[in-house]
Design a protein around this ligand. Structure first.
Ligand SMILES: [Fe+2]
Ligand SMILES: [Fe+2]
Length: 290
């Protein structure tokens, strides 16, 4: 990190439990400190079934990461015990009790030099706001209530005008390149409200495939992949390094190479920050365009 930009390592969907790829986890622990990021973000799905052992493995990983850089995380749909309060009928506290016990705040805010990073909650399990007509979506889809976008808007409004505004939640806000699916229910409304938050970039995951794009050509979105065996189409896992400077948001993919057991620097996408002119300054790279 330097005075004219901020660097954020963006990971997602570690899925400790049956599916985490330990070779990747160990490589991340060694490699991430070398990137010099001012913060690291994990955008949910730390676990597979919100089990104690899974959360404990995630906690140990995050503890080691925190010895190098501040870390912010939010829960994914796999990290909440939604069955303890289906449709929220028994209150929300039951769903999140175990996650909060290990990781604290559901909607943390982290200030680092050059940026304010705010977490928002999109994981509610089987909840009215997340229901769609697709039975496959039960307990998988997320939603972003107006109360969440309003809360984040107020946080960003009070931040230093010089700080980059980074918004983190779990569910993908752009369609996956292969899945073609949205992580959020009622995404059109979410897009409108997200554009009004004042965010410079959204960091999300859930789709298990990396992406870099924009909402309506105005708000950059970094979607990080998974470090589990549950990748889409057998493609290599990817995490993102997000660089925000005065003019643009740059999203760099780092692609896992199983043969060498290393992450390789890969495609980069650059998007102008919000405010005129609202156009992408460049789009470069191989096969990841959305
Ligand atoms: Fe996931
Ligand atoms: Fe997920």
């Amino acid at each position: 990190m330097s005075a004219d930009h901020v660097l954020i390592a963006h990971l997602s969907d570690l899925h400790f439990g049956g599916y985490a790829d330990l070779a990747q986890i160990e490589a991340l622990e060694e490699f991430l400190p070398s990137l010099g990021a001012g913060a690291a973000v994990v955008s949910g799905d730390l676990s597979q079934r919100a089990r104690h052992g899974e959360f404990q493995a995630a906690h140990a990983f995050l503890h080691r990461l925190r010895s190098h850089t501040p870390v912010l995380l939010v829960p994914g749909n796999h990290d909440i015990e939604w069955w303890r309060s289906p449709l929220g009928l028994l209150g929300n506290e039951r769903k999140y009790r175990k996650y909060i016990g290990y990781f604290g705040d559901l909607t943390p805010v982290l200030e680092v030099p050059g940026a304010i990073i705010a977490g928002a909650l999109s994981s509610y399990g089987v909840a009215l706001g997340s229901l769609t007509w697709n039975i496959r979506d039960v307990a998988v889809k997320g939603h972003l209530p107006a109360s969440e976008t309003e809360r984040v808007t107020a946080i960003f409004a009070q931040a230093s005008p010089l700080a980059a505004r980074v918004l983190v939640f779990h569910h993908n806000v752009l369609p996956g390149a292969m899945s073609r699916r949205m992580g959020l229910a009622r995404w059109r409304s979410a897009h409108r409200r997200l554009l009004a938050t004042g965010a410079d970039v959204i960091l999300c995951g859930h789709d298990h495939q990396e992406g870099a794009g924009q909402i309506e050509g105005a708000l950059a979105v970094s979607t990080s992949g998974t470090h589990s065996s549950r990748v889409r189409g057998g493609r290599p896992s990817v995490f993102n390094l997000v660089k925000i400077d005065a003019r643009a948001v740059h999203i760099q993919h780092f692609r896992w190479q199983p043969e060498s057991r290393q992450f390789q620097r890969s495609d980069t996408y650059s998007f102008a920050r919000a405010g005129p002119p609202r156009v992408a300054v460049s789009v470069a790279g191989g096969d990841q365009g959305l």
